[in-house]
Structures are given as structure tokens and as C-alpha cells.
Design a protein around this ligand. Structure first.
Ligand code: NI
Length: 172
């Protein structure tokens, strides 16, 4: 029997603002969570998902900017170890902030140190473009940081109505 689908946490859910906890147990349960996060990401047509977005305050992310089976990265306890001085701005969305797209400036390239689902060292050197952006976005989630934190207070004020709608819709 298939497990019920994971529910997405939306803006306003306190889990999105928590600092996620390091993963210490690399067990069957963790593998299952990662698999189900991949399913959820695909279902929602996303290119990345962080565990807090499915209500689990754990340092686990999945990223797939290639849209093919082999291109999925599952990163446990990921950390950005270096970022380029050069920045790049591009439009970004978030499954937890439906209907919002913002131009966000981030380092163009990053290297990430993490573990794989078995707890083995896993590194990504000099990711760039959309992949670098997705990694930074998902790692932000593990630190309770959302897209709206990257924009000016003026821009954020303009989003107030949309954010209120997302928050209110959560409990419908
Ligand atoms: Ni997001």
C-alpha cells in the first residue's frame, strides 16, 4: 500500500521558521522520507524541497534541476563551504509561497559539503546556474530563511496581501 502523500507546509507554518536539526540517524525512515520528498517535489513540479517544507525540521534536502531520474541529489546535513564573489540575479519561486516569484541575487557558484542518504561524505564542487540557486534556496530553508527575507522591506510590504492569503489558506 502506498503511503499517504506528504502535505506541504506553507508560509505562516512555524516549522518553516525553525532552524532544522542535524540528521544523526541514517536509517530506513530517513530513506523513506527522502523518497517521499522526491515524489512530492515531482508532484508539485518543483526543482527542490527541504524537509521542513513537509513538516520535518531536519537537515535534509532534495534537488533536481535536470528533470531526469539520475539527476536527483539527496543531501543530508548540507553546508555551503564556498561561494563565488560574483552574484547573479534571477527569478525564484517556492512551493511554500505559491503565486510568488521574486528576483533574488545570490552568489553565482557554490560548493557544498554534505552526506548522502547512507551517511557517506558527499560534495558538490562549483555548482552554477539554476543548480547553484536551488542548492542555496533549499539550504536557506534549513535555517528558517525564506525568499521574502531576501528582498527589501518595501518589496515585502508590497507582498503583504499575498502573504496574508497564503497564511489564511493554510487551515482551509
Ligand atoms: Ni522553497
Amino acid at each position: 500500500m502506498k503511503a499517504p502523500e506528504l502535505e506541504l507546509s506553507r508560509y505562516g507554518d512555524p516549522v518553516l521558521r525553525k532552524t532544522a536539526l542535524p540528521v544523526e540517524k541514517f536509517d530506513e525512515e530517513l530513506t523513506e522520507l527522502a523518497d517521499r520528498m522526491i515524489e512530492t517535489m515531482r508532484r508539485e513540479d518543483g526543482i527542490g524541497l527541504a524537509a521542513p517544507q513537509v513538516g520535518e525540521p531536519l537537515r535534509l534536502i532534495v534537488v533536481d534541476t535536470s528533470h531526469d531520474e539520475a539527476g536527483v541529489h539527496v543531501l543530508v546535513n548540507p553546508e555551503i563551504v564556498s561561494s563565488s564573489a560574483e552574484n547573479e540575479a534571477d527569478d525564484e519561486g517556492c512551493l511554500s509561497l505559491p503565486g510568488i516569484t521574486l528576483a533574488i541575487k545570490r552568489p553565482a557558484r557554490v560548493s557544498v559539503k554534505a552526506q548522502n542518504i547512507k551517511g557517506e561524505p558527499y560534495t558538490i564542487e562549483n555548482a552554477e546556474g539554476l543548480f547553484a540557486r536551488a542548492l542555496q534556496h533549499e539550504i536557506d530553508h534549513l535555517n528558517g530563511i525564506l525568499l521574502v527575507d531576501h528582498v527589501s522591506s518595501v518589496q515585502r510590504a508590497l507582498l503583504r496581501g499575498k502573504l496574508k492569503k497564503i497564511t489564511e489558506a493554510r487551515h482551509d
